[in-house]
Design a protein around this ligand. Sequence first.
Ligand code: IMP
Length: 427
Amino acid sequence: MPALVLLGAQWGDEGKGKATDLLGGSVDYVVRYQGGNNAGHTVVVGDQKYALHLLPSGILSPGCTPVIGNGVVVDPSVLLSELSGLNERGVDTSKLLISGNAHIITPYNVTVDKVTERFLGKRKIGTTGRGIGPTYADKINRVGIRVQDLYDESILLQKVEAALDVKNQLLTKLYNRRAIAADQVVEELLGYAEQIKPYVTDTVLVLNQALEDDKVVLFEGGQGTLLDIDHGTYPFVTSSNPTAGGACTGSGVGPTKISRVIGILKAYTTRVGAGPFPTELFDADGEALRRIGGERGVTTGRDRRCGWFDAVIARYATRVNGLTDFFLTKLDVLTGWEQIPVCVAYEIDGKRVEELPYSQSDFHHAKPVYETLPGWSEDITKAKSFSDLPKNAQNYVKALEEMSGAPISAIGVGPGRDETIEINSFL
Ligand code: IMP
């Protein structure tokens, strides 16, 4: 049975929560494979709105097993407060599974994230300040703390001491901060251990067995393609691999098992944090997209930078992820514009460029080349099929599909669970 990957095709915040949740009813497992509580999914179920940061959106679908894979970084305090927040609202979270190999975001990782950003000043990345980068750095430096370490106190202390050796030198001598005591960190982490224990398991085994048993497994990417550490706009990226390959490394499911890779694509573009963004708007149109689209970060509350649709990026996402389909979201936000510009290529140093330049310097001064498409003014939020859309909205979708290189199989026309047009089934 199929394993599907759902991931952001732009800079994150494409509305993945809605797409994942839409499929959540028909899938057996929803797996997060990278990132941590830097993500933010808003899921609307009936008149209830849920903001999830760390937990897979599938947690809201009864019958679905949510999984936090080995590639995720877990802040235990955030995990527990997210779980208790859902429990208070009557959501059953008992099916959650967490990989024992997932890395823990420790309090010192959060401190290092914040002080580093402050130290960088003008050159900062604009991280979410959740300790994501430093935790992945520890993982790669082989001084990370894993979920399984919470269950061996003496190993935990040794590992925390090893991790703090260099960090305390940096904190005290470079950043002028107080040193962090290993035993206090250990005490805090042990305080979470028993509450998390019921969820911890060998998720690699569980997922592969599930696939052998013909279950449907959905991999849910956090952030987006252009924020990928390898394929994004480095260094203005997150520290993991949201792109499709990350679903394999971050879960222990091999690439031959993945049958469909769906890119979530917003009908315009947004970005949070620093870094290049060729179609960014600094005028009334940008302000209107922000206001109508509710473009404020779920995790950080920061205003998102807004701009027109960028087909160069969409094509790139198709390529690096091997996308089989797109889910186009927030088409309704564009209702009311007489003309809608779409970026079809860039101009770099006077030359027209059709594909994303590999050179960071080139991308930093890429100027968008626009084609303008006629807009529509009719309310589209009640549309149930593609033919219910006004002709100009249909043409906008078809144009995007042609430019982006993969079929648009679903269209979001409003925030609600049922405000979606399904063109081709994902299952
Ligand atoms: P970090 O993931 O906190 O290290 O932040 C690195 C970059 O990724 C920053 O520009 C963040 O704003 C951005 N980022 C992280 N998570 C998300 C997300 O879920 N949506 C959009 N941007 C994100």
